[in-house]
Design a binder for this molecule. Structure first.
Ligand code: URP
Ligand code: ZN
Ligand code: ZN
Length: 461
């Protein structure tokens, strides 16, 4: 089956080009000047549209156990929603429970995802029980295509690791060339602030933000960078939200350290004012790190332009308002942490292009090409080039849409961006050469998505 995508504007990290794209089977066969390629079974007219590599969301949590419940999207519903929004690869997190092994965890996550995904997927491993056996198993994970390990400086008693444990895992990361991904918030200090707030009867959702000040993200980020420097480990700061943390990352990068960071659309568009919405509405916006005062957004957009923030992921971790977020009425510490977003990352960052915050090239780079290179998927993913997987999005930059829970495809009963007007929309999505979204219709299927074994990060010096 050969598909010719004709008349579009092909986007890449170096800019835009008028070109036609020929897909043969699951891969891209050719990219050529308009009109040169002729033979195909199907022709997609991309006139007036961008043709870009499918989005890669390197941070999602489908069916994640958290706070006594599970995130609401399954691998089936979450990857379908991702496809609707122009994301053709997700990298999700397998979660090691204390007392269990990494490889049994990986098996469990394969069981969850196998046969269910609409698009290709990989895994990172959350390490929450550092011991000799776990450290040895990090080698097996890398061999199995799981080349990145998330650790937590937050959530004492759940996912938290001490500095000593982090140091040991980082030493193993250095040995294996793998990446340590860090949830950088000082959880020990935060837990004291949370206990004080609750003791004083301050239980409403905004307290989630007030008890996790940006300084404690900055401090933890600096500490993680120091531990990475001592051990030589590559470090990737996940869901960076605060100007203080960004300054620490920029400083380390200026010194040539292998330190990278991502931010998420919620930190670019939403703020602590959303957490302060009355009638428990703020619970919809509870995630960690928390939404910050608006001033931080300016710094984050600048970080995206300067590449101190290299990737935009969603940290998609949806919990329904009803029955799940409601677990924390009166006690914000019991609100499951996480927000939905996998469906709207490409649109929200395109909105950044419309607003003049980033260029088209940077849109593609932060949402597709860099995550592919960061997590060992390039050039199979993240680029429109001969030989690459035919994961391709056709995007109408002029179409208008309004984000709403009434029309989104995520299995969650609210949208964090309800009513937001967006310029631009996905019209067609190909996953490995198959048209899975076109003209407002879904043609994909559970099980089309395959597990991706990943190589090491391609940015290390
Ligand atoms: O609040 C969040 N971010 N929930 C998902 C788990 C994590 O820390 O990434
Ligand atoms: Zn985290
Ligand atoms: Zn996360």
């Amino acid at each position: 089956m050969r598909i010719l995508i004709k008349g579009g504007t092909v986007l890449s990290t170096t800019g835009v080009a008028e070109a036609d794209v020929l897909v043969d089977g699951e891969t891209i066969a050719a990219v050529a000047a308009p009109g040169v390629l002729e033979q195909a079974d199907t022709v997609l007219d991309a006139t007036g549209r961008y043709v870009l590599p499918g989005g890669i969301d390197a941070h999602t949590h489908m069916e994640m156990p958290f706070g006594g419940t599970f995130s609401a999207d399954t691998f089936e519903t979450g990857t379908r929603a991702a496809a609707w929004g122009g994301t053709t690869t997700v990298i999700d997190f397998a979660v090691q429970a204390k007392g269990t092994s990494l490889m049994s965890t990986l098996d469990k996550w394969h069981e969850k995802a196998d046969g269910d995904c609409a698009i290709d997927y990989g895994f990172h491993m959350i390490v929450s029980d550092v011991n000799d056996a776990t450290l040895k198993e990090m080698e097996s994970c890398v061999d199995a295509g799981v080349s990145s390990f998330k650790m937590f400086m937050a959530y004492p008693g759940v996912f938290y690791s001490t500095d000593g444990e982090i140091l040991r895992a980082m030493q193993k990361a250095t040995d294996t060339g793998s990446m340590i991904m860090m949830h950088a918030e000082n959880g020990i200090a935060i837990d004291q602030l949370v206990a004080q707030a609750l003791a004083e009867g301050r239980g409403e959702p905004v307290q989630h933000g007030l008890t996790r000040p940006p300084e404690l993200e900055g401090e933890a980020t600096s500490r993680a960078i120091t531990l990475a420097k001592v051990t030589g480990a590559p470090l990737y700061i996940v869901h960076l939200s605060a100007a203080q943390a960004l300054a620490a990352v920029a400083g380390a990068r200026n010194e040539g350290q292998n330190v990278f960071a991502e931010t998420c659309p919620q930190y670019l568009y939403l703020s602590i004012e959303d957490l302060a919405k009355p009638d428990f509405e703020g619970a919809k916006y509870v995630a960690s790190p928390p939404l910050r005062p608006k001033e931080h957004q300016r710094d984050l957009w600048r970080g995206l332009r300067t590449n101190d923030l290299s990737v935009v992921s969603t940290d998609h971790c949806p919990f329904c308002f009803k029955d799940q977020k409601e677990l924390g009425r009166g006690d914000f510490a019991k609100i499951p942490n996480g927000m939905p977003g996998v469906e709207h990352r490409m649109d929200l960052l395109h909105q950044g292009v419309v607003a003049g915050e980033i260029s088209l090239a940077r849109w593609v780079e932060t949402c597709s090409t860099t995550p592919a290179r960061m997590f060992g998927l390039y050039p199979r993913k993240g680029v429109i080039a001969p030989g690459s997987d035919a994961d391709i999005v056709l995007y109408d930059p002029a179409a208008e849409q309004t984000i709403s829970a009434r029309t989104h495809h995520m299995a969650v009963d609210y949208s964090a961006y309800e009513g937001m007007r967006i310029t631009g929309t996905v019209t067609t999505v190909l996953s490995r050469g198959r048209i899975i979204v076109d003209g407002g219709e879904y043609h994909g299927s559970a099980g089309h998505g395959r597990f991706l074994t990943r190589d090491l990060c391609q940015y290390l010096n």
